[in-house]
Structures are given as C-alpha cells and as structure tokens.
Design a protein around this ligand. Sequence first.
Ligand code: MN
Length: 733
Amino acid sequence: MLRLNDIVDKFLAHHPDADVDLIKKAYVYSAKVHAGQVRKSGEPYLVHPLEVAGLLADLKLDAASICTGLLHDTVEDTLATLEEVETLFGKDVRELVDGVTKLSQISFTTREEKLAENFRKMLIAMARDIRVILIKLADRLHNMRTLAFMSPDKQEKIAQETQDIYAPLANRLGIQWIKVELEDLAFMYLKPREHQEISDSLGQTSRERGLFIEKVVAIIRDKLQGTDCEKSEIYGREKNLYSIYKKMIGKNVNLEDIHDLVAFRIIVDDVAQCYEALGLMHALWRPIPGRFKDYIAMPKPNMYQSLHTTVSGPEGERVEIQIRTREMHEIAEEGIAAHWKYKETGSLPTSDKTDRSFAWLRQLLDWQKELTDPGEFLESVKVDLFSDEVYVFTPRGDVMELPRGSTPVDFAYSIHSDVGNHCSGAKVNGKIVPLRYQLHNGDAIEIFTNPNQKPNKDWLSFVRTSRARNKVRAVVRAEQRQRSLDIGRELLERELKRFGLSLQRVTKDKSIERAFKDGKYNNAEELLVGIGYGKINPASAVERMLPEDKRIEAKDDKAKEPEKAPDQAQSRLGKLLERVTRRGSSASSGVKIEGIEDMLVRYARCCHPVPGDDVVGYITRGRGITVHRADCDKARELDSARRVKVSWDTKVKQERNISLKIITEEREGMLADLTQAFTKSAVNITQANCKVVDKQYAINTFEIGIDDLDHLKKLVKSIEAIKGVHSVERVRS
Ligand code: MN
C-alpha cells in the first residue's frame, strides 16, 4: 500500500519548495471519513484515494490536484459535504472535487464513434478545468488496475467505457503512458482470448526479439559514432498489446513478423540532429517509400512531434525508427502534464515556447475561440475550453454537440427535419421548458411533436444553428408564397371579372400565357404569386391577356368613367367598401400584411375596424383580404387557414367609417348638442338616424368617419359629457 510519505516525496521531487501541509491534512481527513469502508478487493478503501493521489504526483500535478486525489470520493461516498471540503481545503479543491464528482455521475452508453467523441468533449466541457480530467483519468487508471475484483458485467461495462472514452481522452491529452495502460487493461477484459494469445506468443519470441533489438541498436550506435548525434539515446521497444492487436485486425496479419512488433527510438539533443540522424539512417538502410513522416514540421493534434521512418533492416526486414529530441520525447510521454511545470514554477516559458504550448493546447482541444493572451490561459487553466459548444443528451443517452445558445428547436432539427418542423414542445431534465430555452451542458432533452405544428416565424429570433434557421425560413417562405398565390388569384379574378372573364377561362383559352410570358414568368402560378407579392399590377396583367381589340375597349372603358366608379360605389354602399388596388398603393391601403405589398383590402362590415383596433385579415374568395377586429365573433367563425397577420400602417391617415349608437334623454336641442360635439372633434357624419322611444328616450345612430381609435375615444368622451346622454356604443353590425 502506497504511503502518504511516498506521495509527498514524489510531489516534492517536482515541487521542491511547495507546502505539503494541505496534502497531509487531506490525507488525515480522507482516512477519517473513509474509515471502515472496504473496497471489493478487501483492502481498506483509503488505498484507492492514496493510489490516485500517487498517480497525480507522477503526473507532476499541483498540491490542489493531489489533495483532490485524496478527497475525490469523499463527497459521493461518505458523509463529507462540499461545504466542509471548502472550509478545510479552500475553494480551489472544492471546485476540483465537485468537478470530479459530477463527471462520475455521467455514464456513457453508446458505441458510435462520433458520439463517443462528443462524449469526450462533453466531459472536458463539463470539467471546465483540465485538472478535473487528469484526476478522473488517474481514478480510472487505478480502477482498471483493480478491475479483477468486480463482477463480470461491471468489468465489461467499465472496460468498454475505458476503451471508448478514457483511453482516447488520455491520447488527446497526449499522456501516452496512461493511454497505453488503459488500452491494454481494457483489451484484457474485453477480448480475454485474443489478449492471452498475443501475450503468449510475445512471450515465446521474447528472447529472439531481445537479440534482434540488441543487434539493431548496436548497428545504429556504430553509425552515429563520430557524428553530432554520437551521444544519442538509442533503444528498441515493444509495442503495446492493444496496438499490436489493432494492427493485426487492421492489416489482417498474424503475429509471425516479430520485427513489426518493435519500434526503435533515437533521442537526440536538438531538431537539427533529428534530421541528421534521419539522413544517417537512410544512408545505412534503404527507406521504404511512403513510410517517412515528419511530425516535427507537422505535429499531430496532441502536439506529438517526431520523425518516423521505416527502413529495410540488416536482413531486409522492416525496421521502424522514431527520432525525436528529449523535449519532444517528454511531451510524447507526458502530454499536457509535461506543460504543467510551466504553470507550477511560475516561470512561464519564453515567448517562443509559450506560442508552441498555446498552439498545442489549441489543437489539442479543437479550441476555436481566439485567445488574446496565451499566458493567461496557462496561468489560470480554468477556462471554458469549449466555449462555443454545448453537449446534451438525447432520450437514448447519446450525446449531441450543438453550438452554444442552441434551443430545443435546434436540437429537434439536428435529429430530423420532420422532428423540427412538427416540434411542439420540449422537456429538459424532465421539466417542460419554452422552445426558446437555451440548452446547458449535460441537459437531457425530450422533444414533443404534433403533426399539426408548423414552424413559426418567431422561431427565427432564437434558433442558433444554420440548419434550423434554413429549415424554418424555407417553411415560412413556402407559406408566404402560398398566401401570395391565394391573394394573387383573388386579385386577378376580380380584375378579370370587370371584363366578363374568369381565371378558368383565360387558362383554358391560353390567353393567360401571353401575360406570364410577357412578364418573363415561367408559368401562371408564378404570375399569380407575382401579383400576390405586389410585383405585378393585376390590371396590366389582364391587359396583356386581352386580344388587341379588347384592350382598346378596356382602355376606352377606363377613359369613359375615370374616378367616378369608385365614388358611386362608395355612395351606394355607404363607404363601407374600400378599394385600394392601385399599383404601388400598398401604403394607402391602411394596413400592412406581412410579406405582401400590393393587395385588395376590405374592412369587415360586422365590426368596422378603425386604426388602433387589434385586427386580423382573412383571405376571401373574390374579395381579397377582409380586415376584422381581432375580437370579432364573426371572424372567429372563419377558416383559420385563411387568416393572415395584418397591422395598421401608422403612416397612412385614412378616414374609416363606423356606426355609433347613442342613447339620450329626449329633450330639445339634444341633436344640436350631439352635432356640435361631432363638429368639434372634426368628425364627418355620413348618415344619421334618430328615433324617439316612449317619449323619454331617443336612440340615435350615426354613421361617421373616424381617423383612428384615439380619435374615436376623444369623441366618445366629449359626447358622454353632454347632459342627458345615457350611453355611447360602437355598433358591431
Ligand atoms: Mn475513485
């Protein structure tokens, strides 16, 4: 069993001046709270935190990390609380313990590589501090070393998770020795037979391989003699079991070629010597084409640097050689931990090295965000490493990566466009949330769909992914197009009616073709949409359809009764019908209809809306759009599919007609008083009807022109102020 002193010694070896009191205190505390607990192996539980702390000391981590190693299971498995940990060990340790505890509560289920990658990223995102990941890796490594004591199904689950998540994570962080050990241990539990076979046959050929290594090392040393690389370290090394197994599977070979199982390394002093040694090796043995790789010029994403070459060795066998500097070697073995000392010693590396460390971390973590000060990053390490992404769970337990700020709608579209298009609600961690809710790391999301649900234009204000945005836009556009098509059809029908024609007829006799071809449209539908959008004047479209002689007639028609017709119509219908279809007259229609400009607008006779009222529009066959007050009972009975959003165009001053019913006392001069109130408010009366009921009351109905709701309110106030007025009411129908 590892003792506290061993850990302290390891720690002091890399941090000679550091204070070890906190570590000792953490040990005493951990021993106290874990007292009486035993591991599956029968050992006292304390063995585990001690081993984890020892591994962290091997990783050269700081005192807070080592304390956390000792305390990492206390909050989850004992009565200890985070508050207590903070009081005793400070905020830094509290946050690390909290981070490790949270990571332990997530379990990984999927086997898909892409999702595994997301899961790894999520772990890092949730950790928020790289030290949490390193502590978790140490924890996992010790658990894997003692996995034999677990039940077979737990062994398999933990080994699988190690292979899928933790070994690749160690690789991403560049910590080679942990990666290799995790891989081989997981391999042993997942494929015991294959593991046994490979290790048996390696054992059988080990003497032979030892001789081969000796021979090759001697030849290389001889060749380097008398050169700058004379003092290089040279050795041969067996590859790890799992990488041999992967090679066998990948290349479908068996274990017979022992040479492939060994890699030779030359560790030199500087980069120049790397290339010099390479030249010497290529002079010694013929290089195999296509096998040379320059990871010095092009480092791997985990900042691995080396020259790799494979040559035709002493007896023509393939020999793999890796050449690197000592520093590269350290980074290759220890990864992020090799950089730790920069932070610890407080002596940040020179600018050249800072840049490289920075580049390494950037690449390492696929970090896209611009960092202004790389030194600051190394200083604090508590950086939101994936600040641009958020990782969330699907109901199946898969992890999905989304841009930060994404909502359940983005999530729905990332699953399938149908799910997005019919997304009607969402639950996050079991609670219903609004669709505009912004997702957090680790959220578990469930989407509700409804076949009647359609994407809403409002969604565009909160969706974050371009996929969702494009899909919502496409649907909204298609709807607008359909609406424009309906409106265009209405407008054209109406215009055609003036000439005794119909859409059906002009379609049948193909005269409509003249109109759309003339307007450079491909078909009649596009023409109708164009009219609906207000791009084409329906009158000129009709004119283009007519044969020459009819056109003249039409023009004559217009010439004969220029402005008169509307006037007559208005007087006849009591100004209840308004026609506003002149080209470019969108502004004069008084209302705006979303996405559509030129249209025929009519105000409903049932509720007489005036500017300022809440209104809705309905597409009406043959009559364009009818505007109702939003609370109109008649409007509610209409088909909601034909409903369009309309709003008042405040730029347009336009008189609207309404009826007022005023109940008054029957007295002399009442009518004069009322008329005066109208005149004072600058209101025109178009019709008046006064009826005396049982000699006491009079019901007066006035049809008047009103500018807007404010105008009406002022008028009503001034009428109510008249002596003898009982009530003033706006007439609905
Ligand atoms: Mn543990």
